[in-house]
Design a protein around this ligand. Structure first.
Ligand SMILES: NC(=O)c1ccc[n+]([C@@H]2O[C@H](COP(=O)([O-])OP(=O)(O)OC[C@H]3O[C@@H](n4cnc5c(N)ncnc54)[C@H](OP(=O)(O)O)[C@@H]3O)[C@@H](O)[C@H]2O)c1
Length: 282
């Protein structure tokens, strides 16, 4: 039996669907089972990284765990330490941790730092481990949807990265492969999409699929910050994300062929993701 944490999130939802479609016994962890919806064959369990006692029941009878720390900073490794201790106690054999490509590139923002420390926790757990380090998820484009829908305008910050964004379904496909085939113990896999696009190219792809041109407007960082303040979005989580974005301009364009090497299938494209989600831009 596999335990999937973060089961209701971007990657977890895809991973549960992938495993359930192949009749692989799987248990989904969420803090709120009553709110979650999974395929009927999936076991659902209540569990909270911040309440370590809740992890005991979640891990009972589990062989391998997909570890998705939801934190964006120092709480990540704390949550992972609790999970690793409970997993050892429960007799789990293998932990597969979702990290970030920022670790590959020695980024020093709080998100990458949290994952770097979390990786160490998993590697020191005494259990077999595998680390997945994806780059920017395509779901990042959700942030542009409101102004594209209302004004056909995409606001970005000067210096925003050219990015080889990855579809969460590809991360899930790699995670499923690692969880269900041998030979991944002690491996670290950096994952990206198959092609890098600038913000202008991203706007062009959305416009092409929408059938209406999208105007790209670059803001100075201070203008972006003022807009986020106005929207009430400020706070440490956003700060961490903006710092990661600033640093990632140096490397987010790099393409890794790991998805195809591991799954045998080329990564989904940005066109695929936009087509599936075009309603958010209307
Ligand atoms: N977005 C990116 O571009 C990007 C790039 C690289 C790496 N990452 C990493 O990917 C991870 C986020 O993945 P995602 O986007 O799939 O997640 P997500 O959609 O943000 O969902 C978060 C998940 O975490 C669960 N969760 C939140 N607090 C929890 C707690 N205290 N205990 C147990 N579960 C909890 C939520 O489940 P319930 O609410 O149902 O409990 C939910 O399933 C982060 O570690 C992030 O650093 C993101």
């Amino acid at each position: 039996m596999l335990l999937i944490t973060g089961a209701t999130g971007n990657v977890g939802t895809e991973l549960i669907a992938h495993l359930a479609a192949r009749d692989i016994p799987v248990r989904a962890m969420t803090r709120n089972p009553a709110k979650a919806s999974f395929p009927s064959t999936v076991e659902v369990v209540a569990g909270d990284f911040d309440q370590p006692d809740s992890l005991t029941a979640a891990l009972d009878g589990i062989e391998k765990v997909f570890v998705l720390p939801p934190g964006y900073g120092p709480e990540g490794p704390v949550q992972e330490r609790a999970l690793a201790a409970a997993a050892r106690q429960a007799g789990v054999s293998h932990l597969v941790k979702l990290s970030t490509s920022g670790v590959t590139f020695n980024a020093t923002d709080p998100i990458s730092t949290g994952h770097r420390l979390g990786e160490q926790v998993i590697q020191d757990s005494g259990l077999a481990w595998t680390i997945l380090r994806p780059g920017t998820f395509m779901v990042y484009l959700y942030g542009y949807a409101p102004t594209i829908a209302t004004d056909k305008t995409m606001y970005v910050t000067e210096g925003d990265p050219v990015s080889a964004m990855i579809h969460p379904r590809d991360i899930a496909a790699v995670a499923a492969h690692v969880l269900t085939t041998p030979g991944h113990d002690g491996h670290i896999y950096t994952l990206t999409g198959g092609q890098a696009y600038s913000p202008q190219q991203q706007a062009d792809i959305i416009g092409q699929i929408l059938g209406q041109p999208i105007k790209l407007i670059e803001r100075a960082p201070a203008e972006t910050q003022a807009e986020f303040d106005r929207l009430g979005w400020s706070g440490p989580r956003l700060e961490a994300l903006l710092e990661l974005k600033r640093q990632s301009a140096a490397w987010d364009w790099q393409v890794f062929d790991t998805v195809e090497k591991l799954t045998g299938t080329a990564p989904l494209t940005l066109h695929d993701w936009v087509r599936e989600n075009i309603h958010i831009f209307r």
